[in-house]
Design a binder for this molecule. Sequence first.
Ligand code: UTP
Length: 303
Amino acid sequence: MSQSHPRISKAVIPAAGLGTRFLPATKATPKEMLPVVDKPAIQYVVEEAVAAGLDDVLMVTGRNKRPLEDHFDRNYELESALEKKGDGERLAKVQESSDLATMHYVRQGDPKGLGHAVLCAAPHVGDEPFAVLLGDDLIDPRDPLLQRMIEVQQEHGGSVVALMEVAPEQIHLYGSAAVEATTDADVVRLSGLVEKPSREEAPSHYAIIGRYVLDPAVFDVLSKTEPGRGGEIQLTDALQQLAADATLGGPVHGVIFQGRRYDTGDRGDYLRAIVRLACEREDLGPDFRTWLQRFVTEEMQQR
Ligand code: UTP
């Protein structure tokens, strides 16, 4: 690993979107707080950042930010009630999220898009490379991705995105990347990016998923990026500029991810995430799997 690139220690988690796909649940609650089994989705994301060695976490929040801040703060009333009851197991669960990382918050104000949310992090991040983890994108903890992306950034400099091969009919839901192979099988160099292209316009089947390691040059580019698709300031548009001109902030590479990933902002994927993670839990899994098997058999018989 090259030592010439500054170490990465900061993670930015944009969590200020409106979450309209999940209404009415997200009317008064951020979608990132929806539970996946018994932990809010956002806690998995912060745990992932910490597991990759990033313990300075800046969350970009918007309206309804209170539950996010409260979740990562102490709750003395609850802690003392559990202490009095002698319920050490639940006490540990309550304290876990407040002891995870050094948390910082910034408000986005108007949700003008993911690119704008990332730009709100500029004063905190300063002039160092940093990671971005989307608060509603869950990477299975058994399939580490961010560590590999950091390694690639340290080797090549510039920025690194996470890519996943998707079916052609799915590509319009993502940013898509034009890629060139490198000597590493799981790493490609990006020559272009398009946000939510039609099947015909998509440069490849590689979709950009919610993990990034970015060169701070992205802030300068974002500050000049006009609203794009959906009238929002798109991070993909800024990355396209970085990919097109490596003198701005180094190259843009992609790490091809083949593990398990769930978009918890999408209702179907959210349900799948819960079922998968519940099945694999030691405490809940055995009973839940037995029930699920019976349920599926009965469902099949009725159809
Ligand atoms: P999404 O594209 O999922 O948008 O954002 P959304 O508004 O949250 O959800 P829907 O589509 O209306 O259901 C991807 C990520 O970027 C954040 C979101 O919180 C999510 O983590 N985001 C998006 C912001 O922080 N600010 C924005 O202005 C837009």
